[in-house]
Design a protein around this ligand. Structure first.
Ligand code: CMP
Length: 143
């Protein structure tokens, strides 16, 4: 299996609930390596740009309101099969449908405020990582 990159975001609800440490520990214990991480307050334009693929969906305004409601933590993760394995680790978008033991089942309130983001393809893993981090900020010898 190939080494892949995926972009995680610890969303504003994760930061507000003081769950940064617990969620990062959960991710690292599952074998992911952190290659880049920072705390950022997104502007509306930045959140709209990141979620542009959803711009015609009825929940788009709500999504942008939420993602700009406080700081969030984008994290570049690397591992063999990272994209699919990270999506398994976080569980379904709606925590009510997520498997027991997944990050969303453990910590998320609802589909809109669901604690974490994860890239949905290898290509998006690369593109989304570079939305938050220029290549020189993604560390290749992080362990
Ligand atoms: P994420 O994986 O970050 O990417 C798109 C986000 O849209 C998704 O997580 C959800 O948080 C959000 N989303 C999807 N469906 C709905 C919905 N029906 N209502 C509100 N937010 C939603």
């Amino acid at each position: 299996m190939a080494i892949e990159r995926t972009l995680a975001i610890l969303k504003p609800d994760c930061v507000r609930k003081n769950l940064i440490g617990k969620v990062v520990a959960h991710i690292q214990e599952a074998g992911f390596t952190v290659r880049a991480m920072k705390l950022v307050q997104l502007s509306r334009a930045e959140a709209e740009g990141f979620y542009a693929v959803h711009k015609d969906r009825p929940f788009f305004g709500e999504l942008v309101d939420f993602m700009t409601s406080g700081p969030c933590v984008p994290i570049v993760l690397e591992k063999e099969n990272a994209v699919a394995d990270y999506r398994t680790l976080i569980g379904a978008t709606d925590p009510a449908e997520a498997e027991e033991g997944t990050i969303r089942k453990l910590y998320a309130d609802n589909k809109g405020q669901n604690i974490v983001h994860g890239s949905d393809s290898v290509e998006n893993g690369r593109l989304e990582s570079n939305y938050y981090f220029p290549e020189f900020e993604i560390i290749n010898n992080a362990g």
